[in-house]
Design a protein around this ligand. Structure first.
Ligand code: GLY
Length: 444
């Protein structure tokens, strides 16, 4: 089976590794950077802009692709799945219309409202800052401000974390509208959800979901959740599929919300095939939906894909033939900790273009996995880009061992101007999360 993976980041490297582990798979890749990990696995690759739908489709046709997997959201928004479908090629990824669940936050909130799906937050969409004032004051300033469209995870600002008071909120709303951040002169205002965040990813065949272990990502750049928002500095998952602060019933609440969304999309005439990602906030009252992504998360894909023992392409076939319900997923019972090596200044102004050395053999001999992200192979050097560079994943029976293993692996990565958020997966941070949630649960 010829499989084309679109995307050149660490999530896509993990997708390629899962394809390469499958029986009878021949891997092709389209990526915007020359990812050395994907290069090692693929029979052939094309370095081009991943949103260039016609070029990607032509490459898929010419290489007789039987299946296309799409890592990032931008090609989904550009209509890659629709274009491939016209060329007779199947994708385990949503159409442009179904992907609006991620690419248009206003549409997502309206869908939840139309189908009365739980987990909804109070929201309002405004096209000028003055109209936002009443909503902000009604919520005593406790709001989140979100551009409508894609911003690479960096456009959301939350009261208390990124701004304080109505004036600062209005200033950012004005900026989003004037600069059309996220592609529209509009802003989504939401009630601020307070609690602990978790990610739930699942495979969808348009009706049924096959869920994966819960993961917690770390969006802020610096230890103790300080600094600017990033695409995600690292993540962990636990052997029981839950998180130290997350109970089984709460995980199931999140899953139920995703199931209802998939059913709503089917009713809307946009069946959702592919991996789906829910970002949830566990609050004092219930589970709230913060965002839906029409793809695997990055870094969260790297916590779950390596655990998959069922042949990945069998899971893809089950998504396409709507037989996921009859295809039980087998997952290794392990904890995982993933930490990203990023260029110094990432999230503000990256110091990019520096060589980085990765002793893959030494890392793998520890039992760790290494996934390349926004780096470029130039001659025999690997050079950092402006985004995240390399991820190391420790896999072990306990989260503590996985964290230690991940740190041991990181010691084999060298280069100038690199940064790692070392607190991810450590005992003090996990305890802080649990204590925070205990306090939240105690609130009336
Ligand atoms: N980890 C967040 C995302 O993939 O969007």
């Amino acid at each position: 089976m010829n499989v084309l993976v679109v995307g050149g980041g660490a999530r896509e490297h993990a997708l390629c590794a899962a394809v390469a582990r499958s029986k009878n798979a021949t891997l092709f890749s389209v990526m915007s950077n020359l990812n050395p990990g994907i290069e090692q696995l693929a029979k052939e690759f094309l370095v081009t802009k991943e949103t260039n739908v016609d070029v990607v489709t032509q490459f898929a046709v010419s290489r007789k692709a039987d299946l296309v997997l799409v890592g990032p959201e931008a090609p989904l928004e550009a209509g890659i799945v629709d274009s491939l479908r016209k060329a007779g090629i199947a994708s385990c990824a949503p159409s442009k219309a179904a992907a609006r669940i991620e690419t248009n936050k206003e549409w997502m909130r309206n869908l939840l409202q139309r189908y009365q799906i739980p987990g909804q937050l109070a929201f309002e969409v405004v096209t000028n800052a003055q109209d936002a004032k009443a909503f902000i004051e009604r919520l005593h300033g406790e709001v989140a401000i979100k551009p409508i469209g894609l911003t690479g995870g960096k456009g959301v600002r939350v009261a208390g974390d990124h701004f304080n008071g109505t004036q600062e909120a209005l200033a950012y709303i004005t900026e989003v509208i004037e600069k059309k951040i996220g592609g529209a002169a509009k802003v989504l205002l939401e009630e601020k959800a307070v609690g602990e965040e978790f990610t739930l990813q699942a495979f969808s065949d348009g009706e049924h979901l096959a869920p994966l272990p819960a993961v917690q990502d770390h969006k802020r750049l610096l230890p103790d959740d300080q600094g600017p928002n990033t695409g995600g500095m690292g993540s962990y998952s636990c052997v029981d599929g839950l998180l130290p602060f997350l109970r089984e019933g709460e995980y199931k609440e999140g899953l139920h919300i995703l199931e209802l969304i998939v059913l709503a999309l089917k009713k809307e005439g946009h069946p959702y095939i592919g991996p789906i990602y829910g970002q949830f906030m566990l609050t004092h009252s219930d589970v709230k939906l913060i965002e839906v992504n029409a793809r695997f998360g990055d870094p969260e894909a790297m916590n779950v894909l390596p655990l998959l023992q069922t042949d990945f392409l069998e899971v893809c076939s089950a998504m396409l033939s709507q037989t996921l319900e009859k295809t039980p997923l087998s997952l290794a019972k392990k904890s995982t900790v993933c930490k990203y090596v990023v260029p110094e200044g990432y999230g503000v102004k990256s110091m990019s273009g520096y060589p980085i050395t990765v002793d893959e053999q030494a890392i793998q001999s520890l039992g760790d996995l290494v996934f390349y992200a926004s780096v470029n192979k130039k001659n025999h050097d690997i050079v950092t880009g402006t985004s995240r560079a390399v991820a190391v994943v420790g896999i072990a029976d306990t989260i503590d061992s996985a964290e230690k293993q991940c740190e041991a692996g990181l010691s084999y990565i060298h280069g100038e101007h690199l940064f790692v958020r070392h607190d991810i997966g450590t005992r003090p941070l996990l305890e802080r999360r649990s204590t925070h949630m205990q306090k939240i649960r105690g609130k009336p």
